[in-house]
Design a protein around this ligand. Structure first.
Ligand code: SAH
Ligand code: MG
Length: 199
């Protein structure tokens, strides 16, 4: 039996995040991820980039024996995430770590790692946490289209800072394509998901 999580509360968390310009995952992105978790019987998840806990709560809600560990470096968001996770009674299944992910060292293994933090650091996150992935586990990366900017011509992006970030996302894409330890598929779901399965 799946323990029911109050959908009204989850929707309030989502609306509040959207109104505060917190970049939570899109509906189609999270729906895909939830189906993937169910189909592949994923039980242990590591998330890089909690924000206010929205995606962690949704992933955890797929089944009542799913456990999520999630890392966030922004204090305000971390505190809000703690509050949100308590409000849906998931504090026994979601563990939050308030730290820069690049300074976190974990010894446990996870069935799925969801990378959704600073887009310029994706290669570092992938390399650092791949040792925490089970054999044949999956690394999912969000925002592979970087809010649609990856498909644009460079000269169409006026900010130098943004152009550099877009280049980093493209580098990360090349890194995934050329990584022979993983089979990666790029999906046009939400803001673009990369699904990398360890061989
Ligand atoms: N996964 C969330 C959204 C995360 S937004 C959801 O879909 O609901 C990205 C978050 O990553 C931001 O809150 C940002 O503070 C955090 N972040 C960025 N770089 C980080 C790092 N190096 N370590 C920890 N958190 C980081
Ligand atoms: Mg995202």
């Amino acid at each position: 039996m799946v323990f029911m999580i109050d959908n009204k509360t989850i929707n309030q968390i989502k609306e509040k995040a959207l109104n505060s310009n917190i970049p939570i995952i899109t509906d189609s992105g999270i729906n895909y991820l939830m189906r993937y978790i169910k189909k592949n019987k994923i039980k242990k998840i590591l998330e890089i980039g909690t924000a206010v806990g929205y995606s962690a709560i949704k992933m955890c809600s797929v089944d009542d024996d799913i456990f999520v560990t999630s890392i966030e470096r922004d204090e305000k968001r971390y505190l809000e995430a703690i509050k949100n996770i308590k409000s849906v009674n998931l504090d026994n299944r979601i563990t939050l770590i308030y730290k820069d992910a690049l300074d976190v060292k974990l010894s446990e293994k996870y069935d799925l790692i969801f990378i959704d933090a600073a887009k310029a650091q994706s290669i570092k996150f992938f390399e650092k946490f791949s040792v925490n992935l089970v054999n044949h586990g999956t690394i999912v990366t969000d925002n592979m289209n970087f809010h649609g900017l990856v498909q644009k011509k460079e000269e169409e992006i006026s900010s130098r800072n943004l152009r550099q970030l877009v280049r980093k996302v493209k580098n990360y894409k090349d890194f995934l394509v050329n990584n022979n330890d993983y089979d990666t598929e790029f999906l046009e779901v939400g803001d673009g998901l990369a699904i990398s399965i360890k061989k």
